[in-house]
Design a protein. Structure first.
Length: 376
C-alpha cells in the first residue's frame, strides 16, 4: 500500500505541535490556532482514533506570562519559565477540550523514564490505560527536573520516543513550515519541498538545518532525528504545517501535504526499540567496510572487524556502531567493556583466550545480532 494510503488506516496517532505553531512571532499564544487544533483532535477522537498530543509551548507561555520577549539563556531560568507556562498551557487545553466533552491528561516525561526498562514499561502502561479510556494524553518534557543529562532535549525526539513507546501507527509533526525542503528556505530561495523521503540518507540529513525562529528549538535536524526513531519502530512520520487548514483531517484522508517518511517494514519488538531508543549511548565502535556489510546484512558484530573504540563503556551498555565515514549503522548492547575491546579489536575469537587471562566469559561476538538494531 502507498504510504499516503497507509495514513488513512492509522488508528493510534501521535501529534506533535511546536512552539512556532502555538505562538505568534510576537511571542503571544496563537489562540485561534490552538482552538482549531483542539477541534480537529477532538473530532479524530470522536472517530475512534487514539490520539496523543505532544505539545511544546510551556517556555513560550511562561515568557508571555512573565512579560519577557526573549528566551532565557540559563537553564534554571528556562526551567522556571516552563514551570510557569506548563500550567497555563494545560489550563487552556483543558478548557478548550472540555467544549467538546473530551477528557485530557497531563503526562510529563524525562529521559530517566526511558532509561530503565521498568520505567519505560510503566510509562507505556499509563499511556495505554489513558488511551483505552478515550482520554487524550498531553505530553511535554518535565522541564523543571530535566537538566542536561536527563533531558530528552527537544520535543521532536520526545514525540518519536512516545510513538515508539505506544506502538503508534503515525507520528505527525506540525511546524511553522510545510515540510522538509532541499535546504533551509529562509536562507535558500531555490529550496524545494520534498513530498516523500523513502530513505534517510546522509544527503537528507545535510539538508536539515536549525530552528527558524527564536522560539523554536532544533529546527529540521531534530525532526530528521525523530523520523529515524519513528520509521525504525514501524511508525510512519509526516512533517506538515500547523497553519494549513484542516491539516490533520486532510492528511489522514491521504492528501499529499507535507513530507512523509514511510515506516520501515521491520517492526522492532518492544525490547529492541527500548535498546535502540530508550537507553543512553555509552560509546562508539568504528568498524571496517567488510564488517559494516556483514552487520547490515544481519550478522553479529565480531571484534575482527573493529577499527577503533570511542568513549568508555561497560559490558551491557548500549553503543553505536559507526562506519569508517562516521555514519551510524546500528546500535546495540555490547558484550565487552571498552577497555577489553581495545585489546580484542582486530582479533578472531579463538585468539581471545590469550588476551582474556582471567576467567571472564568469552563471547564470540562483540555485539550479538539479537541485541542489535540496524539504524539505516
Ligand atoms: N531543510 C529545511 N526545510 C525546512 N525547514 C528548515 C530546513 N532547515 C532548517 N529549517 C528551519 O526549521 C524550522 C522549523 O523548526 P523549529 O523552528 O524548531 O520549529 P518547531 O517549533 O515547529 O519545532 C523552519 O521554520 C525552518 O526555518
Ligand atoms: N519543553 C519545551 C519545548 C522544547 C521544544 O522542543 O520546543 P519546539 O522546538 O518548539 O518543539 C516547552 O514546552 O517549551
Amino acid at each position: 500500500m502507498l504510504p499516503r494510503q497507509e495514513l488513512t488506516k492509522a488508528k493510534r496517532i501521535v501529534i506533535k505541535v511546536g512552539t512556532s505553531t502555538l505562538n505568534y512571532d510576537t511571542g503571544k499564544l496563537n489562540i485561534s490556532r490552538i482552538e482549531h487544533l483542539v477541534r480537529e483532535l477532538s473530532d479524530l477522537a470522536n472517530q475512534g482514533k487514539e490520539i496523543i498530543l505532544v505539545s511544546s509551548g510551556a517556555v513560550g507561555a511562561g515568557l508571555e506570562r512573565m512579560k519577557k520577549n526573549t528566551r532565557p539563556a540559563s537553564i534554571p531560568e528556562k526551567q522556571a519559565m516552563a514551570a510557569v507556562g506548563q500550567g497555563i498551557l494545560m489550563h487552556i487545553y483543558e478548557k478548550l477540550f472540555a467544549e467538546y466533552d473530551q477528557i485530557v491528561a497531563q503526562v510529563l516525561l524525562t529521559k530517566e523514564n526511558s532509561r530503565q526498562y521498568s520505567q519505560y514499561i510503566n510509562s507505556r502502561n499509563a499511556l495505554m490505560a489513558l488511551l483505552s479510556m478515550g482520554v487524550i494524553p498531553i505530553i511535554n518534557e518535565n522541564d523543571a527536573v530535566a537538566v542536561d543529562e536527563l533531558k530528552i532535549g527537544d520535543n521532536d525526539t520526545l514525540s518519536a520516543t512516545v510513538a515508539t513507546l505506544v506502538d503508534a501507527d503515525a507520528l505527525i509533526i506540525l511546524s511553522d513550515i510545510d515540510g522538509l525542503y532541499t535546504a533551509n528556505p529562509s536562507k535558500d530561495k531555490n529550496a524545494k519541498l520534498l513530498h516523500e523521503v523513502p530513505h534517510i540518507t546522509p544527503e537528507i540529513e545535510n539538508m536539515a538545518g536549525g530552528a527558524g525562529t527564536s522560539m523554536g528549538t532544533g529546527g529540521m535536524s531534530t525532526k530528521i532525528k525523530a523520523a529515524k526513531i519513528a520509521i525504525n519502530s514501524g511508525c510512519t512520520m509526516v512533517i506538515a504545517s500547523g497553519s494549513e487548514h484542516d491539516v490533520l483531517r486532510r492528511l489522514l484522508k491521504g492528501e499529499e501535504l507535507g513530507t512523509i517518511f514511510p515506516a520501515k517494514e521491520t517492526h522492532l519488538k518492544q525490547r529492541k526499540s527500548w535498546l535502540a531508543f530508550g537507553k543512553q549511548i555509552a560509546g562508539d565502535i568504528i568498524v571496517d567496510k567488510g564488517c559494516e556489510k556483514a552487520v547490515l546484512s544481519g550478522s553479529s558484530l565480531l571484534a575482527v572487524g573493529i577499527l577503533a573504540i570511542a568513549g568508555e563503556f561497560k559490558q551491557g551498555n548500549t553503543v553505536r556502531i559507526l562506519s569508517q565515514s562516521g555514519r551510524e549503522i546500528a546500535r546495540g548492547s555490547v558484550n565487552y567493556s571498552s577497555q577489553t575491546l581495545q585489546k580484542l579489536k582486530g582479533l578472531h575469537s579463538d585468539e581471545f583466550k590469550n588476551i582474556l587471562l582471567d576467567n571472564s566469559p568469552i563471547f564470540d561476538e562483540a555485539v550479538h545480532r539479537d541485541n542489535m538494531v540496524i539504524m539505516v
